[in-house]
Ligand binder design. Structure first.
Ligand SMILES: C[S@@+](CC[C@H](N)C(=O)[O-])C[C@H]1O[C@@H](n2cnc3c(N)ncnc32)[C@H](O)[C@@H]1O
Length: 405
């Protein structure tokens, strides 16, 4: 039998050998042995390990599906993520200076999405096993903030109370400055007994807030996060940057790129992660598609002191992008679209031509497409920084600076 030698990693983190043969938990250059089923080697034996191989630091590394790259050294992963971005740019004929990658430390993820199920004896809570709907308890998870790793008893208690035997409960837990903010989906319909029990749980675990599907939100005190000087209460489940360290790196880069602007915009603004810090120096037009998030941003601005004017708009920027005419007076724009990128909005930016654009992205391919459009319109891609908030996973996040030539 021919030896199986891994050539590269796929976008889900599996090693890929000619064939193709996919093998989880392997690295380029490794020689493998094992049964292959339909192009997949589920349990590879590593005959020749890569020098980049390390022992998974987490005790749950082998079973839990939360992380894909615990077996790779930090240097390997940093280089792998950087090269994915470089290759996506090259495919569009672009190159630029790469600032050193910033990787968030272990135990800093501010949010965990737990799965839980009622069992005969009580409940099982944790993350899904790799490629399976089996739930693995993860009491020592090294990825998430210790308050989240310690939240498993809370998640189990919620499953005992409001989970069904058949269905799975999804419990999103977020650390905030005023305690854990919990959002549950997939639970039983709320009745008065369940409502009373949830209030007990919220008190026993000192939660700031608990949302039960769309049915009810019980708030003991507002969950708060600071964006610059503004205290914001995000709506349940709202998008937040994954780690405070990653958020700081992205925000500092956005502030550096947009500094000196008198009037700026933050497009796909969320709850104001960038717009509110930008408002320390500039008037900001903040546009976001979800009204509850725009409202949270606006409320945070109104309650803060010393910020310049922030105007908010709830708007679908895919179907109804901000047109060039409406951006005529802007000196700088920050843009942070979802994975699909911002094709329609970028076309308008390419016409409006603000002096500076700070582009944050979680998808190198759509970013490179949109970057090429800006470069064709007369922008320099000054530099780019990969910000790895998703340690041990295959996700990639980046921020890039564009200046009008
Ligand atoms: C990657 S997040 C960035 C949010 C914010 N910049 C932050 O850092 O917290 C993308 C945001 O775009 C919003 N969004 C998604 N599709 C949208 C659309 N078609 N129009 C406007 N906003 C949209 C999402 O609600 C989300 O808040």
């Amino acid at each position: 039998m021919q030896p199986v030698i891994i050539e590269r990693l796929g976008h889900l983190g599996d090693g890929i050998a000619p064939g193709p043969v996919y093998a989880p938990g392997t690295l380029p250059g490794e020689v493998l042995d094992g049964d292959i089923d339909n192009g997949y080697m589920p349990n590879p034996r590593i005959v020749t390990p890569s020098p980049d191989r390390v022992a998974p630091p987490c005790v749950h590394g082998k079973s839990c599906g939360g992380c894909q790259l615990q077996h790779a050294s930090e240097a390997f992963t940093a280089n792998w993520k950087t090269e994915i971005v470089r290759t996506a740019l090259a495919a569009q004929g672009l190159e630029t200076e790469f600032r050193p990658i910033v990787t968030s430390p272990p135990q800093t993820r501010r949010r965990a999405s737990f799965s839980a199920r009622r069992t005969k004896k009580g409940a099982l809570a944790g993350f899904h096993k790799k490629r399976s709907d089996v739930i693995v308890p993860v009491p020592n998870c090294l990825l998430v903030h210790p308050d989240l790793a310690g939240a498993l008893p809370l998640v189990e208690a919620l499953a005992v109370l409001g989970g069904s035997r058949k269905g799975e409960l999804s419990v999103l837990v977020t650390t905030t400055e005023t305690g854990l903010d919990v959002s549950v989906t997939g639970g039983k319909p709320l009745d008065s007994e369940l409502r009373a029990s949830l209030a007990d749980i919220a008190r026993d675990y000192d939660l700031s807030r608990i949302a039960w599907g769309d049915e009810e939100t019980l708030q003991r005190r507002p969950p708060v996060l600071h964006f610059g000087p503004a205290a914001v209460t995000p709506p349940p489940g709202a998008f937040l940057q994954a780690t405070p360290e990653g958020e700081a790196a992205l925000r500092d880069a956005v502030l550096e790129i947009t500094k000196g602007a008198k009037r700026s915009a933050d497009l796909f603004a969320g709850c104001g992660t960038f717009a509110l810090p930008m408002a320390q120096h500039s008037e900001v037009l903040a546009i976001e598609g979800a009204r509850a998030m725009t409202d949270a941003l606006d409320h945070g601005w109104r309650m803060s002191r010393g910020l310049k004017a922030v105007t908010t708009q709830t708007r679908d920027l895919f179907r109804d992008p901000l047109i060039a005419e409406d951006m005529a007076k802007l000196d700088a724009v920050a843009i942070d679209p979802p994975r699909a990128g911002a094709e329609a909005q970028i076309a308008e930016l390419a016409q409006a031509k603000p002096a500076k654009i700070a582009h944050v992205s979680c998808n190198p391919v759509t970013f490179a497409r949109d970057a090429a459009r800006l470069v064709r319109a007369g922008y320099d891609l000054d530099w780019l920084q990969v910000v790895d908030q998703f340690r041990w996973s295959t996700h990639i996040e980046l921020v890039a600076s564009f200046t009008l030539r």
